[in-house]
Ligand binder design. Structure first.
Ligand code: ADP
Ligand code: MG
Length: 351
């Protein structure tokens, strides 16, 4: 694995366009990070010239990829806005700073206040439900600290990289195209990604993965509504956000934080899903472990759609553990019907 110094040395080959001096000695190369065969660098230009930026980016990328041990290279150029910079102005309902991906109609984030409320379970089953309804669906696992989509979707392989343009080929199972940080990390390797590197890798997951034509790309965000999640929402070109909550969390105002997060980044809130709403005891009695109706009440108070409530079903947990989401394995079952209804509502809201 090359060190950050070796990366910098390699980048001394890249000349600033029109100069004999290299970009490293110009002092514009910042934030070099390298981990697990992936490298990312950030380059700060003082010129707003788009051609200069593109040329530096292309040359850096080919130089980095030529280094032994590097599989993925990401170069981010920061530039002041000027007449040569891309026109400003934000399309309504689109996250600031993120560029749309051609071929993907709608990118939808799934968020939660904390871990363990079933965000990944909902993402995986909603993806399967949308596919069952005839949509072309991708699922992007952005939970770098606990990527659980590989396990839940029953795939864990290294994605291949195409010759030539070196794009990552998403894996596929249950009719869903999948990409996860879990595919790129080795099991025994600690996660050592630094903030800026995470953002750039996620950006790559969006722009350098061969998603093909998709009706929906679901994004499983890391749990929480803090700065890291906000930056992720700005990195990914989101069309809308779904918040997953338990009834208990909802009544604690956690949902409000999720709503605030999406508002901050100008992403429309598609609705709230209440998970683990209740379970049906063997005698048929409805047991509301976490209280009841918190999600619906909070949605009403905040003026956002309520997408539905998902009871606790053994089949849901088992499906997740077995790598066959219940919607894929038992589409006719009661839990699957709940996810299918939520998917239908979501499609109606998205138009
Ligand atoms: N409605 C449900 N019924 C039964 N088990 C569930 C349900 N929702 C989630 N689970 C289980 O709860 C655990 C946590 O869910 P997970 O989706 O991993 O949460 P998160 O992504 O929010 O951390 C998993 O074992 C999952 O199978
Ligand atoms: Mg999860």
């Amino acid at each position: 694995m090359p060190s950050e110094n070796e990366i910098l040395n390699a980048l001394k080959e890249v000349k600033y366009p029109g100069y004999s001096r290299d970009i490293v000695s110009f002092g514009i190369v910042k934030d070099v990070a390298v981990a697990n065969g992936a490298v990312s660098v950030s380059i700060h230009l003082t010129s707003a010239n788009a051609e200069v930026a593109q040329q530096i980016k292309d040359e850096c990328q080919s130089t980095l990829k030529a280094i032994e041990g590097i599989r993925v290279a990401h170069v981010q150029i920061q530039q002041p806005e000027g007449q040569d910079a891309p026109a400003g102005g934000q399309a309504p309902g689109q996250a600031q700073g993120a560029t749309r991906v051609p071929g993907i109609a709608k990118v939808i984030a799934v968020a939660s206040g904390k871990g363990g409320v079933g965000k990944s379970t909902v993402s995986a089953n909603l993806a399967c439900a949308l596919a069952k309804r005839g949509a072309r669906v991708g699922l992007l696992d952005c939970d770098i600290y606990g990527p659980s989509i590989p396990l839940m979707m029953g795939v864990n392989e290294r994605p291949s990289v195409t010759e030539g343009d070196e794009k990552l080929v998403p894996l596929e199972n249950h009719g869903i195209k999948l990409m996860s940080m879990g595919f790129l990390l080795q099991d025994d390797q600690p996660v050592i990604w630094r903030g800026p590197m995470i953002m750039r890798t996620i950006q790559q997951f969006i722009s350098q993965v061969l998603w093909g034509e998709l009706d929906y790309l679901l994004v499983d965000l890391p749990p929480g509504t803090g700065d890291a999640q906000i930056s992720l929402c700005q990195t990914v070109p989101l069309d809308g956000g779904v918040i997953v909550t338990t009834p208990q969390e909802a009544s604690l105002g956690v949902v409000r934080k999720g709503i605030e997060m999406f508002k901050k980044v100008n992403v429309p809130i598609l609705g709230i899903v209440e998970n683990m709403s209740y379970f049906t005891a063997p005698g048929g009695e409805r047991v509301e472990i976490f209280g009841y109706g918190g999600g619906q009440d909070e949605a009403g108070r905040q003026g956002v759609p309520f997408l539905g409530e998902i009871p606790i079903f053994t089949e849901i947990r088992k499906g997740g553990d077995d790598g066959v989401p219940v919607v894929a394995g038992e589409p006719e079952s009661a839990p699957s019907q709940v996810f299918l209804q939520i998917a239908t509502q979501l499609q109606e809201i998205l138009g």
